[in-house]
Design a protein around this ligand. Structure first.
Ligand code: SF4
Length: 372
């Protein structure tokens, strides 16, 4: 809770956000029909909200969100929704409007929203290949991932072509003012691990519109791919370790755990030398079993080689094997993020200086609020 009456509004907002992202939020009946993110690669089952004008992703479709003490009311005529905790009003929030590019479709009739979606308030995101070599086998699949759900539900297409991505990116910039783009992919093979399609996609998008791009993939077999991605227009790169200790990696992502952490560290170093300090990042899901100490040690090692460790609270996604796994407690997140914020500040590594991607967006975590 927020016991310290001396907390500034900014700090109060930070504590509130830590609680909201761990505990989730219930929505007054009918509100969950408003745009939210269900299924897809990586974190999901969120809804974007604006608190003090800053976008944050809050779990709303999860089991823990159903039991959350937080409740958002239906927005009033000004678009403001009252946020209450255990019936006590905490303040107000609003929801980003449905983007205008969602109303368009390609000449062959594919809605733009099936090619790329709006994340937070100003990020365009796509999963270029909506399948993964590991996903259909429980012995190899990452247990937190729902990459097949949105495909099965008909909300996306399996492979987005470079031309389709370029068309949608241009429209999203012109109609909705998106500021940067995330292009991620399921892992299509054990060689380039998606780097080739990310190059093709980035090249086409950059030819169509001036939009900073973050590409996300596993470390490819050949480090030459980093230079190729950079030459194709990728500004920032994400390679996501998700969990930091080998026992947790083996339990949560038995296939991906076969890529040793050492391989990630070598890939981070090479990629950093190409993309620049602070332009390579990784996603770490707190709450899967790694201790705060282990997460912080990994973050310290990453920061030492100029890699931004984007630590987010794990969100248990419906329909995945981890649907009933508890989300991390607010106290755990506070312990990790407060120490990490100090480390980032001491090493002059800041989310605001990342050109594109999750670290710059920051909406899935309250980390950036601990950097100040
Ligand atoms: S942090 Fe990444 S996954 Fe989360 S909303 Fe932003 S762009 Fe999307």
């Amino acid at each position: 809770m927020y016991p310290d009456a001396d907390l500034s509004p900014a700090l109060l907002g930070r504590e509130l956000l830590v609680d909201l992202q761990s505990l989730g939020m219930r929505m007054e009946e009918g509100l969950t029909e408003a745009p939210s993110r269900r299924g897809g690669a990586g974190p999901s089952d969120h809804k974007a909200v604006l608190i003090d004008g800053i976008a944050a992703m809050i779990p709303i479709h999860t089991g823990s969100a159903e039991r959350s003490p937080f409740m958002a009311s239906r927005p009033n005529s000004s678009g403001l929704s009252i946020l209450s905790r255990d019936g006590f009003q905490m303040g107000s929030l609003s929801f980003p409007k449905q983007p205008r590019f969602y109303g368009l479709q390609t000449l062959d009739g594919i809605p733009y929203s099936m090619i790329a979606v709006l994340h937070a308030a100003d990020v365009l995101a796509t999963t270029v290949i909506q399948t993964c070599i590991r996903y259909n086998n429980r012995a190899t699949a990452c247990q937190f991932c729902s990459i097949g759900q949105s495909l099965d539900a008909g909300r996306t297409i399996a492979h987005k072509t470079p031309e389709q991505l370029a068309e949608v990116a241009r429209a999203a910039v012109l109609l909705d003012g998106v500021k940067h783009m995330v292009i991620t992919t399921g892992t299509p093979n054990n060689k380039d691990r998606g780097a080739a399609v990310l190059c093709d996609s980035s090249f086409a998008i950059k030819a169509a519109v001036d939009l900073p791009i973050q590409a996300q993939c596993e470390p490819p077999d050949d480090d030459l791919w980093f230079q190729r991605m950079k030459s194709a227009g990728v500004d920032s790169l994400g390679m996501h370790i998700e969990a930091v200790t080998q026992s947790v990696r083996m339990r949560i992502m038995p296939g991906k755990a076969n890529v040793p952490i050492d391989r990630y560290m070598r890939a981070f170093e090479t990629a950093s030398s190409i993309f620049g300090r602070g332009q390579v990042s990784t996603y770490i899901l707190a709450g899967l079993g790694d201790s705060a100490e282990n997460i912080l040690q990994m973050c310290s090692d990453l920061i030492a080689i100029g890699v931004y460790p984007f630590v987010v609270p794990f969100v248990p996604i419906s329909g995945t094997p981890l649907a009933d796994h508890p989300a991390p407690s607010p106290a755990f997140m506070h312990e990790v993020l407060s120490s990490l914020g100090i480390m980032l500040k001491q090493n002059n590594l800041r989310s605001a200086e990342i050109k594109a991607g999750c670290g710059r967006c920051g909406a899935c975590s309250s980390l950036s609020r601990f950097e100040v």
